[in-house]
Design a protein around this ligand. Structure first.
Ligand SMILES: Cc1cc2nc3c(=O)[nH]c(=O)nc-3n(C[C@H](O)[C@H](O)[C@H](O)COP(=O)(O)OP(=O)(O)OC[C@H]3O[C@@H](n4cnc5c(N)ncnc54)[C@H](O)[C@@H]3O)c2cc1C
Length: 303
């Protein structure tokens, strides 16, 4: 385990026992033993170089697909949101987006420049790093369809530039060549009309507002859609819409969302998720796979 005095010459912000409900869109969950906000990419590399090589790491963007159990995360969280920032045109159609930029800003920047393809990102409440890790997608588009290259960093703080062919990319799943994390994406875009692109963003945001509980604390879709079907449909036909457990509730607006009604623990959310999974399997014969990432220790485990 790493302690504060071992860290030399860093410019970022190191915290201890950081409540992760502040950094996850479910607004629930335990504390991170250590929590680092790097000042920039060089500082991130310097921090990684000084870490114990067995230190468990959790990389966090906006925490919009993440449940940290109530006992917390027994390692170090690296928060990139707002820390690794920067949007830069590498050429007329190639945008470099740092991992801590929000998807919304990436989409807006591209559309204002009259380049299309990334409008779907506008309504995804995450960072570029999270979108790369999840292959985030919506309305028939996915993040990696637009990736020309990615920049990564490894445990030793070494940086790499990698091509999409080095990854196994699937529906909300990405497997990389080793223990590396994303620090930037190079996104290839198509020439288009800025007015049309910005209108498309408005339409997609309106569609989301109409079909999803965007005003409530959630993590978006809890389960991946099974081939040829929709998780929300399967949950709804089991009569689970509106089901509550403690402070957690299966949204009555979108059955594949579990919302925190204000006082949910991570255990409430995870138990409800498991109940939904079990009921759908029992009644519909389909095992739903979780899309959200669940990490950390249960309460009482003493992280
Ligand atoms: C209201 C709502 C609507 C949503 N709609 C959609 C949607 O339409 N489509 C969709 O795909 N998702 C959707 N989501 C889910 C979520 O927004 C996306 O998965 C998003 O890409 C997560 O980004 P993040 O930065 O918040 O990642 P986090 O939640 O912080 O992290 C998610 C995972 O990625 C890993 N990770 C984060 N950053 C990095 C990095 N730099 N390098 C390596 N790994 C990293 C984390 O360790 C974690 O395992 C929605 C969520 C909400 C709350």
């Amino acid at each position: 385990m790493m302690t504060a005095p071992q860290i030399q010459g860093l410019r970022g912000e190191l915290r201890h026992d950081e409540p992760m409900d502040r950094h996850t869109s479910w607004r629930a969950g335990g504390r991170a033993r250590h929590f680092y906000i790097p000042a920039d990419l060089d500082d991130l590399s310097a921090f990684l170089r000084q870490l114990d090589r067995n230190e468990p790491l959790l990389w966090v963007g906006l925490g919009s697909n993440l449940l940290v159990r109530d006992g917390g995360f027994p390692g170090t969280v690296l928060l990139l949101l707002g820390a690794l920032t920067g949007l830069e045109w590498l050429d007329a159609r190639l945008l470099r987006a740092a991992a801590g930029e929000t998807c919304a800003r990436v989409a807006r920047t591209a559309s204002r420049a009259g380049l299309t393809g990334l409008e779907f990102l506008a309504g995804i409440p995450g960072t570029m790093g999270g979108a790369l890790a999840m292959n985030a997608g919506a309305f028939g588009s996915e993040t990696w369809q637009h990736v020309a290259a990615v920049e990564t960093v490894d445990r030793a703080g070494e940086r790499h530039t990698r091509l999409p062919g080095e990854y196994r990319i699937g529906y909300r799943s990405v497997q990389g060549p080793g223990e590396e994390w994303f620090v930037a994406a190079h996104l290839m875009l198509e020439k288009g009309d800025p007015v049309v692109a910005q209108e498309r963003i408005r339409t997609l945001l309106a569609q989301r507002g109409a079909s999803q509980p965007v005003q409530q604390f959630s993590c978006g879709s809890v389960f991946r859609n099974p081939p040829g079907d929709h998780a929300a449909r399967l949950i709804e036909v089991c009569g689970l819409k509106g089901r509550t457990l403690g402070g957690a509730q299966v949204s009555d607006k979108h059955a594949n969302f579990i919302v925190n009604r204000g006082n949910a623990t991570a255990a409430d959310i995870e138990t409800l998720l498991l109940q939904v999974q079990g009921t759908v399997e029992q009644q519909q014969g389909v095992r739903l796979e979780t899309e959200v990432h669940i990490v950390g220790e249960p309460a009482g485990a003493g992280a």
